[in-house]
Design a protein around this ligand. Structure first.
Ligand SMILES: O=P(O)(O)OC[C@H]1O[C@](O)(COP(=O)(O)O)[C@@H](O)[C@@H]1O
Ligand SMILES: [Mg+2]
Ligand SMILES: [Mg+2]
Length: 337
């Protein structure tokens, strides 16, 4: 009997029983799963469906939108409005929040990066979608951004879909991290990566090295030491990776350890960094911590950052615990001077 694996739907039902409550948790995840399946299909079709290239518009970040950024955003909005679980949604591709009028059971808020790694779409390198789920605070207006500005520790669930050689969905509800692979023959996500955990130590770092001239001394020191290898203070050789898709970097780290850095530097500090707190850094921090890793800004725990803006950017350092802590110590030493 080939189908011995647990399906994502059955996994969610088990989670629902564990969490108790009325089944709304399963419902809100089901909408996201539909959206990711559709986006996977569109990403996979690529040029065949005219899905490559630019949309001819800019998003709130002033970035040129790719056609798939816009299509993925529309799919997420449409599918997650249908189920009625979300009272409001916010996205990298939308300036303001989107209130879901008439959301029958709207107790939750959804934040998402519909297409992560956009610079890789046209060159057929892995991209993904990232999502974060919050509760709608009592009496809050889901149409106001204030309802969304909750620290990462308030997330009830987070995850990402990776559209790579296979399509995967990786998820946490605060009870560890599990990975599912889409079986296109039966159209179902099946549990293939149960209880994903990250080794505390690693020999692999990921950073965009072309930005070295802008780095702060603690980051420069850390990367220099890694590059010195066995002959240097770390007394071991390190390898480097940079995919330019945060989802792919985080997935690699979940599978074999590593440390990922997109620090604030003298060029992007005006904006606060590169990556966005609410729909990139916080959901990834929740997943990484649940897998036994750590996620910081270099100067504090990511999920304790009090958000001030929907599209706020932050420095990101995450992955194998001992490396993230070492980077924290280098920042503290530098700041103490
Ligand atoms: O172009 P750079 O500097 O390598 O930055 C790559 C980073 O930017 C991102 O592509 C930003 O995300 P979006 O593609 O969703 O805008 C991350 O996925 C990635 O880690
Ligand atoms: Mg992104
Ligand atoms: Mg994006």
């Amino acid at each position: 009997m080939p189908y011995k694996r647990i399906t994502l739907t059955h996994f969610l039902l088990q989670e629902q029983r564990r969490l108790g409550g009325s089944g709304s948790f399963t419902a809100l995840m089901t909408d996201i799963v539909f959206a990711c399946k559709m986006i996977s299909h569109e990403v996979n079709r690529g040029a065949l469906a005219g899905n490559l290239g630019v949309a001819g518009s800019e998003n709130v970040q002033g970035e040129e939108q790719k056609k798939l950024d816009v299509l993925a955003n529309d799919i997420f909005l449409h599918m997650n409005a249908l189920g009625g679980s979300y009272a409001g949604m916010a996205s990298e591709e939308m300036e303001d929040v989107h209130a879901v009028h008439g959301a029958a059971d709207g107790k939750y808020l959804l934040l998402f990066d519909p297409l992560d790694g956009s610079s890789n779409i046209d060159v057929n390198i892995s991209v993904g979608s990232i999502f974060s789920i919050l509760k709608l605070p009592e009496g809050a207006d889901a149409g106001s951004k204030d309802a969304f500005l909750q620290p990462g520790v308030k997330q009830v669930a987070a995850g990402y879909a990776l559209y790579g050689s296979s399509t995967m969905l990786v998820l946490t509800t605060g009870n560890g991290v599990n990975g599912f692979t889409l079986d296109n023959n039966v159209g179902m996500f099946l549990l293939t990566h149960p209880d994903m955990t990250i080794s505390a130590d690693t020999k692999e770092f990921a950073i965009n090295a072309s930005r070295e001239r802008f780095w702060e001394p603690p980051v420069k020191r850390y990367i220099d030491e890694c590059r010195q290898g066995k002959e240097g203070p770390r007394a071991k050789d390190f390898n480097m990776r940079w995919v330019a898709s945060m989802v792919a970097e985080v997935h690699r780290i979940l599978c074999r350890g590593g440390v990922f850095l997109y620090p604030a530097d003298s060029e992007n500090i005006k904006k606060g960094g590169k990556l966005r707190l609410m729909y990139e850094a916080n959901p990834m921090a929740f997943i990484i911590e649940q897998a036994g890793g750590a996620a910081t800004t270099g100067r504090g725990r990511m999920m304790e950052v009090q958000p001030t803006g929907l599209h706020q950017r932050v420095p990101v350092i995450l992955g194998s615990k001992n490396e993230v802590e070492r980077l924290g110590a280098y920042h503290a030493e530098y700041d103490a001077k």
